[in-house]
Design a protein around this ligand. Sequence first.
Ligand code: DC
Length: 221
Amino acid sequence: MAPQSFIIVAIDGGAASGKSSTARALSERFNLLHVDTGSHYRRLTHEMLRRQVRPDDLPALQSILAALRLDTRIEGRCAEMEIDGRTAGGEIRSPEVNASVSHYAAVPELRQALLAYQRGQAGIARRHGFRGLVMEGRDIGSVIFPDADFRFFLRAESGERTKRRANQGFDDRILERDRIDSSRKAAPLTCPPGAIDIDTTPLTLGQVVEKMAAHLAPRLA
Ligand code: DC
């Protein structure tokens, strides 16, 4: 029997566009390892804030990045980044991190420090026997895995996104972060050519998941 093929699914989109909920649902349904790259940027931002290193202090930023040991811990179907042996807690969703993360994520050297780590998640998923990888972020289909088997771009009107976040009990500066994330030079948030572009504004979470799953299902049957 031919070995089952391994698939890579990229999901990009702005804050509160539905990436995490859909990625989680697809990971459960198809046995894919789920990687949230926003949490990587949040982790590094928290680390830099803790050490009082500003995003424009490139020498200090680079020397810290060079010394950090990045590993991966698998919890269920979710890959958590470890920095020097520790995974993150709720502090990566704090108001301080929300206010700063887009500024650190705009630094090319910081993005470069995550590139190999993020690409390496595919090998980790294979070694742990997952059917594939579903990775969410802003530049997954454009930079990290431009040759992914499936590349989705989720969008939603700003009013709808603000409402979704408020319903979750968060205020994480989604519109301000989107403005910075979309206008930066390094790997800006954009729908890459050829990606499957889904406007989730009028759809329920279940409907978005079904749309995405319909693309994957023939490959995974
Ligand atoms: O997905 P999130 O909202 O938790 O992401 C936090 C920030 O990280 C987001 O404002 C921009 C940055 N980010 C990025 O630049 N590239 C990614 N692939 C993922 C997140």
